[in-house]
Design a protein around this ligand. Structure first.
Ligand code: G3H
Length: 478
């Protein structure tokens, strides 16, 4: 089974977490899979003056997981791959039942030749020789190599085994899966040779859902990608998570087609705030409705007003503020085209990397919301009310969207998005709350040239009103 590309939103199983389960119950996984003993030098490859070529700084990275079954290797591998892909690296998990084989190495070489740069081999690699094979391979190919060894405290192990049993029970109810997993664990434990510092750069993770017991140590970790991996592994993987996301209710600026600013809600936006509160434990809600444990907004009025009737502890977070449009703050798209036609075209040419003069790009924003996403992942039942561009960046993490597509993710106004975890996958449910509002979604126009006509530049601008709703005539939408 090789269900691993994190660009895919949700695999049909959603329980590839239980690729780990395959190893937990496999009868064939006891042996050192390749049956190969590799020559014993490669650690020297990492040492100065060894005579071997050093790895270029931006050389591809092979990450090898190590650990007995049900220690959380698959969940962590996919969490790392998702995070790296979201941040613009090109990472993929290669699931192997016990150890990487020659076929795995061919697949990885081909993956790197296509321009990708991080391969995570999710397998047990219990023996030193099975790891040595990979260390040799990386030394010869000039790839970086990082080992990640996983262990678990007792409670975490019990919960991991329970999850695995539940997964297999759905497939075949005639087998005592719990017994099979435990026997497999007992059989493999004496064969496990824990990683030694001589094996090269490594991270050791002792998994627990309780952050006070979850611990991580690192040796020889270097460079931004390995440091990012260390950061992702530093907080526990929470087993079942639900998050609620919404844009603020329609603002007075939305009505007028203006971007940025700190406008208040329109009358329809206020109605949405009431409707949202009714969904999430506020006045008029059903007794069994979900109640967020934490409410995070931006520091801007329109998000704070949107959650005012929702009960729960709240925080206004600067990193959730809307993209800073710099010299274009407060303008309509028509005004941007009129005053800065070249800027408007450049943005259409590469909306992800384009940075507003004195403002931000989506690339900047992705970096800004990284800490929010990391904080979210350490929690559950959080409601985040923020803005179109910011929520695009956050939803990209859960959807596995490629960076260039992030600025075109549709996050409509007056819509609740519910994200639930399934193993290492996330599924997004879209719940429109049926309160009328303007549409603020502008697709990329066909003509993005700096010499295009104004009509071409404005062809995809969504309709909006010319005066605030309170003053408008019924026919002023343009
Ligand atoms: O500028 C504020 C908008 O919410 C972001 O929209 O990036 O599609 O122009 P845009």
């Amino acid at each position: 089974m090789n269900c691993t590309d994190t660009h895919v939103v949700s695999s049909s199983s959603g329980h590839c977490a239980n690729d780990a389960a395959a190893e937990a119950v496999s009868a064939a996984d006891a042996e050192d899979g390749n049956g190969q003993r590799s020559r014993s030098v490669p650690v020297a490859a990492a040492k100065p003056n060894s005579g071997l070529k050093p790895c270029p700084l931006r050389a591809p990275l092979v990450v090898t997981t190590v650990g007995l079954p049900c220690r959380g290797k698959s969940l962590a591998s996919h969490k790392v791959a998702r995070h790296l892909s979201w941040r613009g690296e090109s990472a993929k998990v290669f699931n192997v039942e016990s150890n990487a084989t020659a076929d795995t190495l061919h697949e990885i070489s081909a993956f790197f030749k296509e321009g990708n740069n991080v391969a995570i081999i999710d397998g047990m690699h219990l023996t030193r020789s099975s790891r040595q094979l990979l260390i040799n391979f990386c030394a010869e190919q000039l790839f970086h190599h990082l080992l990640i060894e996983f262990s678990c405290n007792d409670q975490c192990l019990r919960e991991n085994i329970d999850d695995t049993v539940k997964f297999y029970h759905q497939l075949d109810q005639n087998i005592d899966w719990e017994r099979r997993i435990k026997e497999n664990n007992e059989r493999l434990t004496p064969r496990f040779e824990p990683c030694s510092p001589l094996e090269g750069p490594m991270i050791t993770v002792n998994n627990s859902e309780d952050p006070m017991f979850h611990s991580v140590t690192a040796r020889g970790v270097r460079g931004s990608i390995q440091t990012n991996i260390l950061g992702v592994l530093a907080s526990p993987v929470i087993r079942q998570q639900t998050f609620y996301f919404s844009r603020h209710g329609e603002s007075e600026f939305n009505v007028l087609g203006r971007i940025g600013g700190d406008a208040d809600l329109s009358p329809r936006g206020m109605k949405y705030a009431e409707r949202l509160a009714r969904q999430l434990g506020g006045p008029g809600s059903a007794p069994d409705c979900p109640k967020p444990k934490l409410i995070w907004t931006s520091e801007l009025r329109r998000t704070i007003r949107t959650v005012q009737n929702i009960p729960g502890p709240r925080a206004a977070i600067k990193d959730l503020n809307e993209i800073n449009a710099g010299i274009c703050e407060g303008l309509t798209y028509e005004e941007i085209q009129e005053r800065f036609p070249q800027e408007f075209a450049w943005r259409d040419q590469d909306k992800f990397k384009y940075r507003y003069p004195h403002g931000e790009s989506y690339l900047d924003l992705l970096q800004r919301v990284d800490s929010v996403v990391q904080a979210l992942l350490a929690n559950t039942d959080v409601l985040v009310v923020s803005h179109q561009a910011v929520l695009r960046c956050i939803m990209a993490y859960f959807k596995g969207t490629k960076p260039d597509d992030v600025p075109y993710i549709n996050v409509p106004l007056h819509t609740l998005l519910i994200v639930r975890s399934y193993g290492y996958d996330f599924k997004v449910e879209t719940v429109p709350l049926k309160v009328e509002c303007v549409d603020t979604y502008r697709i990329q126009p066909k003509n993005c040239s700096t010499s295009r006509t104004t009509a071409d530049a404005l062809t995809t601008v969504p309709a909006h009103f010319d005066t605030p709703l309170s003053q408008q005539m019924p026919t002023t939408i343009s």
